[in-house]
Design a protein around this ligand. Structure first.
Ligand code: GLP
Length: 261
């Protein structure tokens, strides 16, 4: 796991955007994993800037999102399928039918979840997964206690996650759905390269656990310690609890540019 400590979230966005651009250059039909939440927004802004400048194209790419609320009406602005379209996919040349997400309105939820994992596999697997992290260490919506081998499935959100996400629902925690569909930790672990971004003091403990804690279902993101290619891009505040911060800084400063992320 590589930890990169950067001055601010825009720098993380630029670095992550560079990794996506390099992937598209060598594999124009790449399969991208997209995350919602506020953390990846600078990544999407950077990718839109590169696309607008004519540097990259997503015309042959495919995308899979991580998760979705269960039961939000099709026209609800906070459905993740809507959120990702507005934040990113409609701003570049990704074909709308090449963007997939778990179906939070499915009548047969287990079948929809199994079909989602099968669709990712059929597309050849995710080449690069953009990821955020929750304050309680969740990734996608894999809350503490999640099986470290889990597949896409239905989950119940913790009170903490609903409180964190209430800001997207007018500050009303009761308006935040209680359940969601989410790629499992086992599903996420199959991505070729995982680029996780985090910023702000409220992520400091989760980032410390992710990189330096014992692997445990209590901090689901710690499963990423078992992945061979994870890049964690954090700002100073999110890095503030890292025990080995000075080593990470030295390592990054000494890294030859050709290595990329
Ligand atoms: C949400 C999403 C996650 C996201 C996390 C952090 O609940 N399901 O994919 O990484 O919580 O969100 P934010 O980046 O807004 O802090």
């Amino acid at each position: 796991m590589e930890i990169v400590i950067l001055p601010d979230a825009a720098d993380s966005g630029h670095l992550a955007g560079g990794a996506v651009a390099a992937l598209l250059a060598r594999k124009p039909d790449a399969v991208l994993g997209l995350a919602t939440g506020s953390s990846p927004l600078p990544v999407y802004d950077d990718l839109v800037a590169r696309y607008t400048a004519g540097e990259i194209s997503f015309a042959r790419a495919t995308a899979f999102t991580l998760d979705e609320y269960v039961g939000l009406p099709a026209d609800h602005p906070e459905r993740y399928s809507t959120v990702i379209r507005e934040a990113f996919t409609s701003r570049v040349d990704l074909r709308p039918d090449a963007v997939h997400g778990p179906d939070g309105l499915a009548t047969d939820i287990p079948a929809a979840c199994a079909a989602y994992d099968a669709a990712i596999a059929e597309a050849g697997g995710i080449d690069l997964q953009i990821l955020g992290i929750g304050t309680d260490g969740h990734i996608a919506f894999n809350e503490p206690g999640s099986s470290l081998a889990s597949r896409t499935r239905i989950k119940t959100l913790t009170h903490q996650t609903r409180a964190d996400n209430a800001r997207f629902f007018g500050g009303d925690i009761d308006a935040v759905p209680t359940r969601c569909l989410t790629q499992g930790l086992g599903t996420i672990m199959e991505a070729g390269h995982i680029v996780l971004t985090a910023s702000g003091q409220n992520k400091a403990e989760a980032v410390h656990q992710l990189a330096e804690g014992g692997v445990s279902a209590l901090w689901p993101a710690t499963i990423l310690q078992h992945h061979p290619h994870v890049s964690v891009l954090v700002d100073e505040a999110a890095a503030s609890r890292l025990q080995l911060a000075s080593y990470y800084r030295q390592t990054w400063a000494a890294k030859p540019e050709w290595q990329g992320l």
